[in-house]
Design a protein around this ligand. Structure first.
Ligand SMILES: [Zn+2]
Length: 397
């Protein structure tokens, strides 16, 4: 058996903190050395990439992806399809955390788990949440706590919907119970055990979460609300949630085109910083694979799109290019922050002993040119070179 090895030479490295000009060497799936003048071991089958002027950064960690599809609002023909390997890798996502969504009836957590395992077999790193929108939620074993504790890939409970007419309008007591199940499962299983909360368009916004904190001893940092940039008013509430020590997740798939109140994730992240929210409290996720239904004020379905994994990198790039954030800060939101928040081991950073999940990016165009996932080149010079089992090669974009 030959051991594969990838050496990137002379890159401007970001771990995400700046590493300066470095060589980075991976043997098998792991980073074994970071330094200058590195050479591949003679016994390994090596691919050497000359970085040129490119930037080397960690592969993206997307903490909210409908890996096995989602949606269905509007009827069965609006059920969105499963994502493929290259849907994710061509946009730099090397770690993805799967969610189920609105439909916990015709879709199951078991199915999501199987899809996550398939993507891991194909070459990336995957985790999932157990549950669906409804608080009387879906599980694999019959117990949320047991799922988190016993099922290897489950990091927490989610996405549970609040302030959304598609959810079950859980009481603060119900939310506290869900957070408790997630947390105890996490404590016993050595995982983050977060409660991941979908916040809908409803006027109650984050109120159910604040009410939960009032009645129960739930640590706010283990409750992760998402879609907070869907309305300006919700974003303002999010500042208060952050002041309570709570983390904030922004959905990169939401843009100003989603309605007069919607805020792009880049604008939202930039504004949150001006309000004193710590960089470590903010994460980005794509919501890819989910349906993006648009409802009229009376609740009628107007249009349905599908969230794209491309938006995650697009927002990192926009923060860098348009909002002039330093690379290390823009990258943090989609690499080390989500990995830390969900306690995902050995991803989200470039460090010795971590997985070799890397992107090589042209700093002028923002184009992702090389992607390495678990020590294997999966995108070379801008084109995927590793495909999912049943993917049509050359498809997509
Ligand atoms: Zn959601």
């Amino acid at each position: 058996m030959t051991v594969s090895c990838v050496l990137v030479r002379g890159a401007q490295g970001y771990a995400p903190e700046p590493l300066g000009y470095v060589d980075v060497l991976a043997v098998g799936e792991w980073v074994v050395a970071i330094g200058r003048g590195l050479t591949p071991p003679p016994w390994a089958k090596a691919e050497v990439i000359e970085a040129g002027e490119r930037i080397l950064c960690p592969g993206l960690v997307d903490l909210h992806v409908h890996l096995a599809g989602g949606g269905g609002e509007g009827g069965p023909r609006f059920r969105t399809p499963e994502l493929t390997l290259t849907d994710l890798t061509r946009h730099g996502i090397t770690t993805a955390v799967g969610v189920l969504g609105t439909d916990g009836t015709t879709r199951s957590v078991a199915e999501l788990l199987a899809k996550a395992r398939a993507l891991a077999d194909e070459g990336i790193t995957t985790w999932i949440y157990t549950g669906a929108y409804s608080a009387a939620t879906r599980t694999i074993t019959g117990s949320l706590r047991d799922d988190v504790l016993l099922v290897d890939r489950v990091v927490g409970v989610g996405e549970i919907a609040v302030s959304d007419f598609r959810g079950s309008h859980p009481s603060e007591r119900e939310l506290a119970r869900l957070a408790g199940e997630a947390r105890v499962g996490g404590l016993l299983g050595g995982k983050a055990g977060v409660l991941h909360v979908h916040v809908g368009d409803g006027p109650a916004g984050l109120r159910p979460l604040f009410s939960m904190l009032e009645i129960a001893d739930v640590p706010s940092d283990s409750v992760l609300p998402t879609h907070l940039n869907r309305r300006r008013a919700l974003l303002e509430e999010a500042v208060r949630w952050a002041a309570h020590g709570g983390p904030l997740d922004l959905t990169t798939g939401i843009t100003e085109e989603d309605g007069p109140e919607a805020v792009s994730a880049a604008a939202a992240a930039d504004w949150l910083r001006t309000q004193g929210v710590g960089l470590g409290q903010i994460t980005l996720s794509s919501d890819a694979g989910g349906s993006a239904p648009r409802f009229s004020p009376s609740g009628e379905l107007e249009a349905v799109g599908v969230g794209s994994p491309a938006s995650l990198w697009d927002v990192v790039w926009t923060l860098r290019r348009q909002y002039r954030w330093p690379w290390e800060e823009a990258l943090t939101l989609a690499t080390s922050n989500p990995a830390q928040r969900l306690r995902l081991p050995r991803v989200g950073r470039i460090a010795v002993g971590h997985q070799a999940d890397w992107l090589l990016v042209d700093p002028e165009s923002g184009r992702i040119e090389w992607v390495v996932a678990r020590g294997r080149v999966v995108v070379r010079a801008g084109s995927p070179v590793v495909w999912g089992t049943f993917e049509k090669r050359g498809a997509g974009g």
